[in-house]
Structures are given as structure tokens and as C-alpha cells.
Design a protein around this ligand. Structure first.
Ligand code: NAG
Ligand code: NAG
Length: 393
């Protein structure tokens, strides 16, 4: 668990491993053949467990031998030389912006992690497979602009410029639990992209993906036509034996309450061209190997996005985003936000993102207030963007 406490706004942040949950139901009648095919699929997807951890929120994590984790089913990773003690070879030219006030006084509290040499992978159930057949197409390749239905974003981004070269990006996002049902989902994420390739990290409420309406930690990657969340398809190499993807955040913001819960995240390209996922700025979760990409392989990102994204299938009203209210006055206790927006240049130097145009798919439902130089605490300025909006009637 990571806890951030700041002077003025008491902010507690967490990747929390403890929560009760009512679990997942899938009442499906399957033919014998389908049953067999699902069993076969599960056998391929779920790797042998050295140890099994039952999370308080109901999910089961298998401690899988590092070398047997799902990532290495990827055809392009057959001859990898990765090992469990890998660390990002990041240049340490970090220029933490003098005016940003991310206070890293957090500690990582021990829960029973996986034995060293193994990594925690969420066990996939039959219900997961059945539900996830209805997953929407990737946001990148399919913007459905029908009367209702499709993706809607309320974000800030880097200006379009083909000569942009970003070696990473970061943000601190407040955690919310927008009310989502059925095939809708609602998320907040940091995304870096070039061409057909992208990687994302953030939180989301997504019943199709998870079978519940909890706020969860997620990652997503797209490499050409291939894309998936978390470790549902081969690609992301987990190196951390205690921190789990899909975590349920036990604590989320409540509008008007005087406490915020935040997630600190960044994506950084190391000297080998691999894209690392870090939380709490220092803690590596794992990485996307450069080999799995085309545009993001041996190259820098061209675009960075920070903010909210929702989805509903055609004919279904849009869900709320963020706090569920249109941001009106900049107030971190009323509306969802992303703050401390940073990027790294091609030399690996971290900077404050300053010039970030707003992008909205819908001018009506969701808004953004962008404050590139906001006095976050007295005398200290920070880039913060507020986003969100209500559900569609
Ligand atoms: C830092 O804050 C000071 C005072 O608020 C301001 O004058 C200065 O321009 C800021 N520097 C940066 C790099 O934002
Ligand atoms: C794109 O970026 C390059 C290099 O940073 C810069 O010289 C150029 O002016 C930018 N173009 C636009 C249209 O902003």
C-alpha cells in the first residue's frame, strides 16, 4: 500500500490489496462443445501456480514462474533474455520540476506477495472468458460516431506534431467510482501512442472486463492489430512479485469529502527501448518489450493523452465520467482530475507538460478545465486538469 499525505490537501493514495467483493456471476448455458473449448482455452491461459493467493476482493492470483508468465507466449518474445531481477535502465537525468509538489513519503506495506522468481497473474475463469467475448474494439482503431454508442474522451494531449519525441509521461490521478452498468465502461488514463501502437495505464470501472463495478488498476496495450487489457494477451512482462494488475481500489473519492485518493503512475522508455510501467514514481510493475511493437519499437512516442474515457455500445446511453459532474470551478474535492502532468523528452529529461490542448469527443456531455499553472499548494504550482460529466439520459 502506498500512502501519500500532503500538507494542505490530505491526500491518501493507494494501490490497495484488500477489499471485499461480491464476485462475478455468469449465468450462461453452454453446449458441451463450448464447455470443452473453454476448458482448453483456460488450460493454455492459466499457467501452473507455484502458490495461489486469494485476494480479499475475490480474485485469485497465481504465482507463476517468471519465465512461464503469459507474456512469453508472444511469438516475438521466444528468444528473450529477460530475467526476474530486471530493472529499467533509465537515464537518471530526471528533472523533477521544481514547482511540482509530489510528496513521496509513501511506504509499501507488505501483504503476502509471491515468492521471488514468480509473479502474480490473475487467474482467468470461465465467466471471464464468456464476458470478455463482448469486449468492445480498441479505442484506437474504432471511433464509432453514432448517435449514441462508442468511445468518448475528455482529455488534454500534446499538440499534434510528427516530430514529437517522447520517452515517457506521468501523472497523478484521483480515484473515483462512476456508476457504470452493463456493457458501459468509464476510465481515467495516461496514454502514450505512436502510429498503431499505444500503451495505457490508469483506473477503470468495467463490468465486461471484470464482472463487477469496482474501480480497478488497469493497463492496456495496442501493437498493430493486437490489443488487450492487463495480461489477457501476451505482451506485458510482470517483474514485480507483490504488486498486482487489476487491483481493486478500496478507497475512492466522494464528491465534497475532504480527502482524495490518488494513483501515481508513469510510463518510461529505458535505454533498451522497453516501455516500463512505474507507480509511486519508483516502483516498477513491469514492462512492454519494444519487440512487440512496430511504431513504438526503437522509437519514441508521438502523442500523450491525460484524462477520461468512456464507452457504451451503440444504442446504450453514455455512462458518467469522473465524478459524474461537469467541472465548473477548479476544485480537487469536487471533480476528478489528473495532476502533475509530465513527459520525458528524447534525452529522458522529465518536464512539466505545459502546452496541452483540450480534446473532447462530445462537447455536451463531458468537459475539461485545464490549469497548466495552478497553485496547488501555496507557492507551488502544478499542471492539473479537471474532467468529467454526467451520464446521458
Ligand atoms: C515556479 O513558481 C514561481 C512562483 O510561483 C514562478 O514565478 C515560476 O515561474 C515557476 N517556475 C516554473 C518552472 O513553473
Ligand atoms: C513541431 O516540432 C518541431 C520540433 O520540436 C518544431 O520545430 C516545429 O515548429 C513544430 N511544428 C509545429 C507545427 O508546431
Amino acid at each position: 500500500m502506498l500512502i501519500y499525505q500532503r500538507n494542505v490537501l490530505p491526500i491518501l493514495l493507494v494501490l490497495y490489496l484488500l477489499l471485499s467483493n461480491d464476485g462475478v456471476q455468469g449465468e450462461m448455458k453452454l453446449s458441451k462443445l463450448e464447455e470443452l473449448s473453454l476448458e482448453k482455452q483456460l488450460k493454455l491461459l492459466n499457467k501452473p501456480a507455484v502458490k495461489t493467493i486469494k485476494a480479499k476482493w475475490g480474485d485469485t492470483y497465481d504465482c507463476v514462474d517468471f519465465y512461464k508468465q503469459p507474456a512469453f507466449d508472444h511469438l516475438l518474445l521466444k528468444n528473450h533474455n529477460f530475467h526476474p531481477e530486471m530493472k529499467p535502465t533509465l537515464s537518471m537525468k530526471k528533472q523533477i520540476p521544481s514547482n511540482s509538489t509530489i510528496d513521496i513519503s509513501g511506504t509499501w506495506l507488505e501483504t503476502d506477495g509471491c515468492p521471488s522468481g514468480t509473479v502474480p497473474i490473475k487467474r482467468i475463469t470461465k465467466d471471464d472468458l464468456i464476458r470478455q467475448r463482448r469486449m468492445p474494439p480498441s479505442e484506437d482503431t474504432n471511433f464509432i460516431h453514432e448517435e449514441t454508442g462508442g468511445f468518448r474522451r475528455a482529455i488534454v494531449k500534446t499538440p499534434d506534431n510528427a516530430s514529437n519525441k517522447f520517452a515517457g509521461a506521468g501523472m497523478v490521478a484521483s480515484l473515483w467510482n462512476p456508476s457504470v452498468e452493463g456493457a458501459q465502461n468509464s476510465a481515467c488514463r495516461l496514454k502514450i501512442q505512436k502510429g498503431q501502437d499505444s500503451v495505457q495505464v490508469g483506473w477503470r470501472v468495467d463490468p465486461t472486463l471484470y464482472g463487477d463495478t469496482k474501480t480497478r488498476f488497469f493497463i492496456h496495450f495496442q501493437a498493430g492489430n493486437k490489443h488487450c487489457y492487463n495480461t489477457l494477451c501476451p505482451g506485458f512482462v510482470v517483474t514485480n512479485n507483490r504488486l498486482v494488475l487489476d487491483t481493486v481500489f478500496k478507497d475512492v473519492a466522494h464528491r465534497g469529502a475532504n480527502t482524495n485518493w490518488e494513483l501515481v503512475m508513469s510510463i518510461d522508455r529505458d535505454a533498451n527501448g522497453n516501455w516500463w510501467l512505474l507507480v509511486d514514481e519508483r516502483m516498477e510493475v513491469g514492462f512492454w518489450p519494444q519487440k512487440i511493437f512496430t511504431a513504438l519499437s526503437n522509437d519514441f512516442a508521438e502523442n500523450i493523452e491525460w484524462g477520461g474515457s468512456i464507452y457504451s455500445p451503440p444504442g446504450v446511453p453514455y455512462p458518467p465520467m469522473g465524478s459524474g459532474f461537469l467541472p465548473k470551478t477548479p476544485d480537487p474535492f469536487l471533480d476528478a482530475y489528473c495532476r502533475a502532468l509530465t513527459f520525458s523528452n528524447d534525452k529522458g529529461e522529465k518536464m512539466n507538460a505545459k502546452n496541452t490542448p483540450i480534446f473532447l469527443d462530445s462537447q455536451v456531455l463531458y468537459h475539461v478545465i485545464d490549469k497548466p499553472d495552478w497553485e496547488y499548494v501555496k507557492g507551488a504550482h502544478q499542471h492539473i486538469m479537471f474532467y468529467g460529466g454526467p451520464n446521458e439520459d
